[in-house]
Design a protein around this ligand. Structure first.
Ligand code: ADP
Length: 219
């Protein structure tokens, strides 16, 4: 795995989860917050940590922030600080600045000043949970764009013991089966002749309408 350098600014619930997970995955992570106790909580879960204000240009410079591949701005309610911090990072030339947006207006400003990716953790999680609640077949769901997604579907009796040729998902539904999970194993290059067993998890890519059709009619 290529190790990337990450910095997380703002260590609330969202920022601290991102920080911990990146560190667990073996990446270099610099954890930054203006509150000492937040930084202290993260020292065990980061490579370096610093008490600094994300809007303080000099402080960011002295932390060498411009050398990081990815900086995640997870400053919560303080929209003004989140915007200023993002602006500074883009001025420094940080290639990938990901920012948590609080609302639609915040998002519009972030887009204008060049945030590379804008995330809405609460909304995204809400959509995911709704998907889980409304379908017993969907175990997970990743939205790639407004139209395309990847879903993980539990194999039902209807598809069990059938091969991918039998199912012919691409021709019938326009979806692609990217992988098949069976317990801890994952088959990432399924062959047309591979058979599906009940309770396998199918990882399927496609247009949302096609995925819905496959889920409703094909499974
Ligand atoms: P969440 O919803 O993710 O829990 P919070 O609003 O609770 O978000 O947390 C945001 C974090 O960002 C807090 O720990 C806060 O101290 C930190 N923070 C806010 N403003 C700044 C800033 N200008 N620079 C650095 N950290 C900041």
């Amino acid at each position: 795995m290529v190790k990337k350098q990450f910095a997380v600014i703002g260590l609330g619930r969202f920022g601290s989860s991102v920080c911990k997970e990146l560190y667990k995955l073996g990446h270099q992570v610099l954890a930054i917050d203006s509150k000492e106790e937040k930084v202290n909580d993260m020292t065990r879960h980061s490579t370096h940590s610093a008490i600094a204000n994300g809007t303080d240009e000099k402080a960011l410079q002295s932390l060498g922030i411009r050398n990081f591949d990815y900086v995640i701005v997870a400053i919560g309610d303080d929209i003004q600080s989140s915007i200023l911090c993002t602006l500074l990072l883009k001025e420094f030339g940080v290639a990938n600045v990901w920012v948590k947006a609080q609302n639609y207006y915040h998002e519009r400003v972030l887009e204008k000043i060049g945030a590379d990716r804008i995330v809405h953790p609460e909304q995204d999680m809400g959509i995911r949970i709704a998907q889980h609640l409304t379908s017993e077949k969907i175990v997970d769901y990743i939205e790639l764009s407004a139209d395309y997604s990847i879903v993980e579907l539990i194999a039902t009796d209807k598809v069990a013991n059938k091969s991918l040729i039998d199912l012919d998902v691409r021709a019938k539904y326009g979806c692609t089966i990217l992988g098949i999970k069976r317990g801890e194993d994952i088959n990432i290059a399924p062959m047309p002749t591979d058979h599906i067993e009940k309770k396998d998890i199918l990882i399927v890519f496609g247009h949302k309408n096609d995925l819905k059709r496959f889920e409703d009619e094909g499974m």
